[in-house]
Design a protein around this ligand. Structure first.
Ligand code: PLP
Length: 403
């Protein structure tokens, strides 16, 4: 049997649609982020414009020192699952730090944000009596997979549409345990959920709320607790989920909630039980990053400044971008092949790295370049980016917006 021909047929389909993904082979340069060495086509050094290390904390000396000290102190890996020799003091310190960040009684660590959503939602849906998960239509793949794996009843409500959620909740059976699952910042459009209204509707129907703050933790709220912190709503949300791999700059995921909720997931979730714990050094780095961002406003202020600056410069150049209240700037191309081509030219001719975002990450016809300005992008970086985009807009005859 020629298995490779089976694989290649489907890969060829992806290639012909323009949706085949190609890695950029980079070397993020510690201390000079967002610069990175480039091993692919184009200049030897490029500027990264699409990183989820939103605040540059992956390069913060406090964080890198905490990690390297911890490697020397505890060794490289955790050495086991959390239950069998893998729980290090650092994991518990980090869980306490996370519970405090979100004003909750407890927290539970996972190896990634993806795994935390998958494990928590699948466990809640599978084990709670007559569970119905009500999922926002644009929820992340990790939540969708968790819900799928729960094999419980589910209802999809229209994206950010509180009336539709209200309707869906009122159609649930009287004895249902209802779980409303949604995100705060949606990472591809950069829009923000009406959290207060969602919580109010959920409370009206006696539903539990499950909020993914992956693209908000570290960046929103006075201590980086996310949009729910910014809006004073953390105590009204049953479970807040987040990542340590984006604004906190390390790796890992977590949930926070009541002691009983975290104990329940800890005790029943296979995605928690049957996998090696995070390296203690990652826990130490993440804890240092969280503690720093609880106090420091410099990174958040710098990010907001550069986001506003890039938006204003794009407007002045007539480069259309999706308006939203977050830190994510999607420039719509609406064609997978053009999107790839523009990204290639930006990399090769201008030393600007932005990954094209194509299907299935976004629906077909909404392909885009997704820019994430951070506090370490300089004004000159922004001018260079907008100059390059402007030249390409003329070269590729793309339409401009009225400034
Ligand atoms: N939730 C959302 C909304 C995401 O966008 C992502 C990843 O991009 C995740 C969860 C997964 O987080 P992690 O990258 O830590 O696995």
């Amino acid at each position: 049997m020629d298995f490779d021909s089976l694989f290649n047929t489907q890969l060829d389909d992806l290639k012909s649609e323009g949706n085949y993904r190609i890695f950029a082979e980079l070397e993020r340069a510690c201390g000079s982020f967002p610069r990175a060495g480039n091993h692919g086509d184009g200049p030897d050094q490029v500027t990264v414009w699409c990183s989820n290390d939103y605040l540059g904390m992956g390069h913060n000396p406090k964080v890198t020192t905490a990690m390297s000290d911890a490697v020397l102190k505890y060794g490289a890996g955790a050495g086991g699952t959390r239950n069998i020799s893998g729980t290090n003091h650092e994991h518990l310190l980090l869980e306490r730090e996370l519970a405090d960040l979100h004003g909750k009684d407890d927290a539970l660590l996972f190896t990634s944000g993806y795994v935390s959503n998958w494990a928590a939602l699948s466990t809640l849906g599978a084990r709670l009596p007559n569970a119905v998960i009500l999922s926002d239509a644009l929820n992340h793949a990790s939540m969708i997979e968790g819900i799928r794996h729960a094999k419980c009843a589910k209802k999809i409500w229209k994206h950010n549409d509180v009336e539709d959620l209200d309707r869906a909740l009122s159609e649930c059976p009287a004895d249902a345990t209802k779980i409303v699952a949604f995100e705060s910042v949606y990472s591809m459009d950069g829009d923000i959920a009406p959290i207060r209204e969602i919580v109010e509707v959920a409370e009206k129907h006696g539903a539990m709320t499950y909020l993914d703050e992956v693209h908000a933790v570290g960046m929103y709220g006075p201590r980086g607790g996310g949009v729910a912190e910014e809006q004073g709503l953390m105590d009204r949300i049953t479970l807040i989920e987040g990542t340590l791999g984006k604004a906190f700059g390390v790796v890992g995921g977590y949930i926070t909630g009541s002691v009983a909720l975290c104990d329940f997931i800890r005790s029943f979730a296979s995605g928690f039980i049957f996998t090696t714990a995070l390296p203690p050094a990652c826990a130490a780095g993440a804890r240092t990053s969280i503690a720093h961002l609880k106090e420091s406003q410099i990174e958040r202020e710098g990010q907001r400044r550069q986001v506003a600056r890039l938006r204003a410069k794009l407007d002045a150049a007539g480069i259309p971008h999706l308006p939203n209240p977050s830190h994510i700037i999607p420039v719509m191309i609406k064609d997978p092949v053009k999107c790839r081509e523009i990204a290639d030219i930006l990399m090769e001719s201008y030393g600007i790295y932005v990954q094209p975002i194509n299907y299935p990450t976004v629906p077909k016809g909404t392909e885009r370049l997704r820019f994430t300005p951070g506090p370490l992008h300089t004004d000159a970086d922004i001018d260079h980016l907008v100059g390059a985009l402007s030249a390409l807009w003329s070269q590729c005859a793309l339409s401009r917006a009225v400034a």
